[in-house]
Write a protein that binds this ligand. Structure first.
Ligand SMILES: [Zn+2]
Length: 101
């Protein structure tokens, strides 16, 4: 069950969305103001080591994916092997291929 984090561009709040599957076409809506003007932020937080805003944080490769790990443990979910593998690869400098982010 993928968990994505979004930022609402209307009220600037960050919220998480659960999807039943990776192919889900559910449109994310802000849980605070119900705006659909949201942007997915998990990609920049998780995998984009070249992220400009958090360059210092992500120059330490062990921080890559930490947020995802915390999201899973926070919700008491077991991290799927595929996610685990993507994070491990990202930490080794290999960006996952075909990732829908
Ligand atoms: Zn909002």
């Amino acid at each position: 069950m993928p968990i994505y984090e979004y930022k609402c561009t209307d009220c600037n709040k960050v919220f998480e969305m659960f999807f039943k599957s990776y192919s889900s076409s559910k449109t994310p809506e802000c849980t605070f103001c119900e705006s659909s003007q949201v942007s997915k932020i998990i990609s920049s937080v998780t995998f984009n080591v070249k992220s400009n805003s958090d360059a210092g944080y992500f120059s330490d490769s062990s921080n890559i994916g930490k947020h995802v790990e915390q999201s899973f443990s926070k919700h008491g979910l077991e991290m799927p092997d595929s996610v685990r593998k993507n994070i491990d690869n990202a930490r080794k400098g290999k960006m996952p291929k075909g990732l829908d982010i």
